[in-house]
Write a protein that binds this ligand. Structure first.
Ligand SMILES: Nc1ncnc2c1ncn2[C@@H]1O[C@H](COP(=O)(O)OP(=O)(O)OP(=O)(O)O)[C@@H](O)[C@H]1O
Length: 372
């Protein structure tokens, strides 16, 4: 690469006016057992979308269908605006789709150097260009110094980077990544995720990434499709899912919560930390209240403000925040709450505390379990 050429010049994906990927009404069953039910999603060019959800919810199956590793049984698939799978079309194998694949256990070719592994998918292009493109990607992923090494000489994290460079080298319209960081230890994972995100954005590759880790999805994604039992429960930006969750599953998937059940009276539900507004729920409706630990502000009190003041059971430093286990009193007994507060705040056991709520981190839903 000359000094005037950038990675973007060499490895840029040609911008495509049509959407990168469109899945319409996709259903899938294994041996008659349905695991994906009527899933539709649209990806814009250059967009990073994460398929997020618990184990077994159908994320990998959707990715495999997009890749062509699993034949489409029902629905329709468009890549770059072109219909590549659907009624009346013959199965298009993965190598005929313009997609790059990198899976958790993506194996490199052991008998080829790192550079040859990355240039492997670039046949038909002039040798100089192939090398430039491969080296630019390897450089960007911090692997430029290993071009002549063989895979067995690399650590797991380094092999993962090479696998990613190999998948990106042909500048595919769409990158499909299945838990690509899950075999790495936490610190290495953070770094490789960061490098990967920057490379994907620099080359403009639309990316569908499977993960079960909500933090990873929020870090990587422009939009997240949160799945449960073969369906997309909510799709939107990380902020939309975190701040405007459409149901309790979405709230709880992003972290533990304090939870109560109650009835709507005068537009509010009473909780041990005060009344919370129940917008959209009818008077008398059964409600489920979810309060994130970070919604609770905790202040130490000189003495209990009243007979029923809350007090600290235990305090633990978690690094950037402190977790307080708090006993809150309530007419029906005592409640154990978790409050997560920034920095080092470690009151003694028994310390009386006052609690206030940040309403933006409190969610009230109709209680589906009531009367069931
Ligand atoms: N080849 C297969 N044959 C039969 N059942 C399968 C096959 N592959 C997946 N399944 C089942 O389909 C369901 C969805 O699996 P899938 O791998 O798509 O889920 P996932 O969300 O990616 O899970 P994980 O995060 O654990 O990888 C699961 O119940 C799984 O057991």
């Amino acid at each position: 690469m000359t000094s005037t050429e950038t990675l973007a010049d060499i490895a840029q994906v040609a911008p495509h006016p049509a959407g990168a990927l469109s899945m319409q009404g996709v259903r899938h069953a294994y041996d008659g057992h349905a695991v994906v039910h009527d899933v539709s999603l649209e990806m814009a060019p250059g967009e990073v979308v994460c398929l997020l959800g618990p184990s077994g919810c159908g994320k990998t199956t959707l990715l495999r269908i997009a890749a062509g590793l699993e034949p489409l049984q029902e629905g329709e698939l468009l890549l770059g605006g072109e219909r590549i799978a659907g009624p009346g079309l013959r199965h298009l194998p993965p190598e005929k789709r313009n997609v790059g694949l990198a899976f958790q256990d993506s194996a490199l070719f052991p008998h080829l150097t790192v550079l040859d592994n990355v240039t492997f998918g670039l046949e038909g292009q002039p040798a100089k260009l192939r090398q430039q493109r491969a080296l630019a990607l390897l450089d960007q992923l911090g692997m430029g110094g290993y071009a002549k090494s063989y895979p067995h000489m690399l650590s797991g994290g380094q092999q993962q980077r090479v696998a990613l460079a190999r998948a990106l080298a042909p500048a595919p319209q769409l990158m499909l990544l299945d838990e690509p960081f899950s075999s790495l230890d936490a610190r290495l994972r953070d770094r490789i995720r960061d490098d990967t995100l920057h490379v994907l954005k620099k080359v403009g590759a639309a990316t569908l990434l499977v993960t079960h880790d909500p933090e990873e999805a929020m870090f990587m994604a422009d939009r997240i499709a949160l799945m449960r039992d073969g369906r997309i429960v909510q799709m939107g930006t990380p902020q939309e899912l975190y701040c405007e969750p459409q149901d309790p599953f979405v709230v709880t998937f992003f972290g533990e919560v304090n939870e109560w059940r109650g009835e709507v009276r005068n537009g509010v539900v009473q909780t041990p930390v005060g009344p919370v507004r129940a917008a959209g729920l009818a008077e008398g409706a059964a409600a489920r209240v979810l309060i994130r630990p970070e919604a609770l502000s905790v202040t130490s009190l000189e003495a209990p403000a009243d007979h029923g003041a809350s007090h600290v059971i235990m305090a633990r430093l978690l690094g950037r925040s402190s977790l307080l286990h708090i006993c809150a009193h309530w007419p029906d007994g005592e409640h154990h709450l978790h409050a997560r507060v920034p920095g080092v705040f470690l009151p003694e056991e028994g310390q009386p505390v006052g609690l206030t709520l940040d309403p933006s981190q409190v969610f009230v839903f109709a209680d589906a379990a009531a009367g069931a």
